[in-house]
Design a protein around this ligand. Sequence first.
Ligand SMILES: Cc1ncc(COP(=O)(O)O)c(C=O)c1O
Length: 463
Amino acid sequence: MAVRGFTSKIEMEYVEKHLKSKDLYDRARKVFARGVTHDSRYFEPMPIYCVRAKGSRKWDVDGNEYIDYWMGHGALILGHAHPAITKAVVKQARKGTHLGASHELEIQWAEKVTRLIPCAREGLVEFTSSGTEATMMAIRIARAYTGRKKIVKFLSHFHGWFDYTIIDYNPDYSPPLVGDYPAGIPHEICKYTIALPPNDIEAVEKTVQGGDVACVILEPGGASMGLIPTMKGFLEDLRRVTRDYGVILIFDEVVTGFRDAPGGAQERYNVIPDISTLGKILAGGYPGGAVAGGREYMSLLEFREGDRGGFRRINHPGTFNANPISAAAGNACLSLILEGKVHPSINRKGDMLRRGLNDVIEDAGVKALAWGTTPSIIYVGFGIGPEDLEVSDIESYIRFQRKISESRSIMRMMEKALINRGIHPMGSRFILSVAHTRVDIELTIEMFYEALRELRSEGILKA
Ligand SMILES: Cc1ncc(COP(=O)(O)O)c(C=O)c1O
């Protein structure tokens, strides 16, 4: 059957296999402006609609089964519906989902965070309802502590969708390739955020010399879950420079926290920030976030009695902060991470997938690369070589962005070819969980090879 409007065999098969998803998408577009509920789930001609998930697998409304590599946008390190987490959540749901009071689970949860995350070992924890809220709070703490207004971030690093960090704008670099201020964000706000090229320590040093920068925030493993890897030695340099100039160093560990190592990227690279933001795995796949860090910074949230000596505290309400369901799931998940078996297993699987994908790429004679700084998150890029990952100034950043954008158009078709074969990557990424088996990974590599050949035969991919 030829599907109207599609000339590619891959697209026609995609539509034919997802007719019920198409019906749901038609309904969704009547109630959601973009048809989906998260920008990254937007997919032409329509996304798949899923009904259930277990372990490494999920199933869509049309009855198709997938090996899932979204893994809850990275939140599900233990896989879907892990029995320990489900049990803890159901037990708590029976006892109440919001007690309108403090509860012991929130203390146990924070105790685990302070055991695991190095910058919080002698420090304090503040729970939020999402990773975005955690980075908002971390920046507020840095501003309150230093009395300074500006923040430094890095181009393509993601820290949630709020005004100060969604900007990738730097007036010093020429448009149109480097950043813009998105709709709805006042221009005045943009001038407080300075976006620098990843790994460019000279640019950081020059910027913080002005004495008006409160903090440097970054994804320690690299932009966008490791798409642009952080280069060796950069974190140490950043630690030194920020310390020298009294600037707060914030590691946004919403992705890398509890994933790069039990103690996150800071444990893996042995560079300890002042403050860290957490999310995703923190709450075992349920909504949650946290800021964790040294007492001198976090104590700006405390209530002080008596002589306040000019102390002005940071306010922090939030209906669902440390809600009992997320706390139950988070405790169950972090308990398993503390046992120490999760990371050897997941890192081995990441290694196996990365090597396997690179092997079939080589066999197929295609210019492409599978990489990833976080051992259990793998990227695939077409037309990319290892040399392209060395981004350390504005020129190399622009070059990389150009290549990635060319790669994405091929990857969009690759995604469809993989989905048709029962593999669901998150765009160009494959996010692993401990639930992925050797068989899952072998099958993924085999299907990737088949998809490469199909893209070749359709003329989408040249040797
Ligand atoms: C590094 C990083 N920081 C912050 C966030 C925002 O977290 P949330 O989506 O929970 O608001 C994300 C989300 O993907 C992220 O990857």
